[in-house]
Design a protein around this ligand. Sequence first.
Ligand code: SF4
Length: 375
Amino acid sequence: MTSAADIGLYVHIPFCQRRCHFCAFYLEIAHVDRMASFYAALTHEIRLQDQRNLLQGRMLQSIYFGGGTPTALPPHQLGALLKLIQTTWPISPTVEITVEAHPSSVTREGLTILAEAGFTRISFGAESMKEQDFAPIGRHGQVRDTATAVQAARDAGFININLDLMYGLPEQSLRDWQRTLELILPLAPSHVSCYALTIEKGTRLAQDIARQRVPGVDDQLHLEMEASTAQILAETGFVQYEISNYAKPAWRCRHNLLYWTGGEYLGLGPSAQSYVNGTRFGNVADLDQYVTDLNENRLPMSDCTVLSQSEQNRDALVFGLRLLRGVPLHVLTGAERGTEVDHLIASGFLNVDHERLWLTPLGRRYADSVAERLF
Ligand code: SF4
């Protein structure tokens, strides 16, 4: 578990140039006027949250600009937002400050502005290194943009660089996926996130599969890709610390670790979620409503739940089990021992010793189902 003093800030920038076919996130297509009203509203949300004094002087350990595609906003605006945050709340001297970026949405000049503004980590959504993988998932850009963007980021001063990749893409073979991993390794990222493609209801990809325009998911192939990922990345010095995340030593993502270790975070922007002082709350997933609320001097909250101690323990268990080191035993309540957890241990999905509980390799394959059974 993290200490109560650890708190992070998440800033949701909801704009993308277009929607990828697999994406079910709340987002807005980037238009200059919409981005301008969002920017003004976000700066006001920062001031209102400061007046609310939720952080009570606690230092921010991590700041994460996610999306959407944060780099849909001009770099000087991202820098100005970071400056406003830095002058509003106390910041840890060792703070990690991440910005997510689409490799095709950055320039050398823009990356230099971001590095000089104080961003310490950049996370590129590379997805694949095979050009033919992009069309079926509606991904814009070209695979060569990734290498160009990584080199430009390094030249701008970023040393902590993540690449987000996706496996199990339509028509992608095991060899294709292995080749993607082999091609990103010479780019020397400090961190790699590898996510299995999931088919979300209502997405264009779900429709294309239903109409047999593209093949559906092959679960067995997913498992082979997952095993191959762990092997290839381990051989090249990456340590898997979470189901989908691999880092070179000392470069684990501190912000995401907050989510998995019961740490607290304040979320800003439309649809952003927060967990502060044992309370979960979320912002409206609607840019118009978000802007209207803030124009009327109201925080744009849509829901708020005070968690009981057993609900906090349950969340710590479900999120913490994503980490390879698992969770300390004290997050298990008496009710959970002797029932579902013991059954999952006996079935080979969970392991336990006198201090911790963690997913076995079999449990990691079925992590979502294990989590569902613990809810
Ligand atoms: S870039 Fe990311 S957030 Fe934007 S549409 Fe694609 S997957 Fe969704």
